[in-house]
Design a protein around this ligand. Structure first.
Ligand SMILES: [Zn+2]
Ligand SMILES: [Zn+2]
Length: 89
């Protein structure tokens, strides 16, 4: 299938393998590197990656709450720029 990437709700369609389910997002935040978000397939493969962008948590104004996991920040999904993960590095 090809064509335009339709976005609804700010989350693009990820390149999930045919017949596989979309597993979810994972934040990879290591020291001295830019935090990235990865979109994972059911089988464990990384589908797409995006530089993580954060917004101040609207629920607690940065003090920490259940929504942001006491970090005071949430992933700003609208600001993410997803790209296909480099395969076979
Ligand atoms: Zn898969
Ligand atoms: Zn919060």
């Amino acid at each position: 299938m090809q064509g335009t990437t339709s976005t609804s709700g700010g989350v693009p369609a990820f390149h999930v393998h045919p017949g596989h389910a979309f597993e979810g997002f994972e934040l990879v935040d290591r020291p001295n590197t830019t935090p990235i978000l990865v979109a994972r397939c059911q089988c464990g493969d990384v589908l797409d990656v995006a530089e993580a962008r954060f917004a101040t948590c609207p629920e607690c104004d940065g003090r920490g709450c259940a929504r942001c996991g006491d970090t005071g920040r949430i992933v700003d999904h609208a600001a993410l720029e997803w790209r296909v993960a480099p395969s076979n590095p």
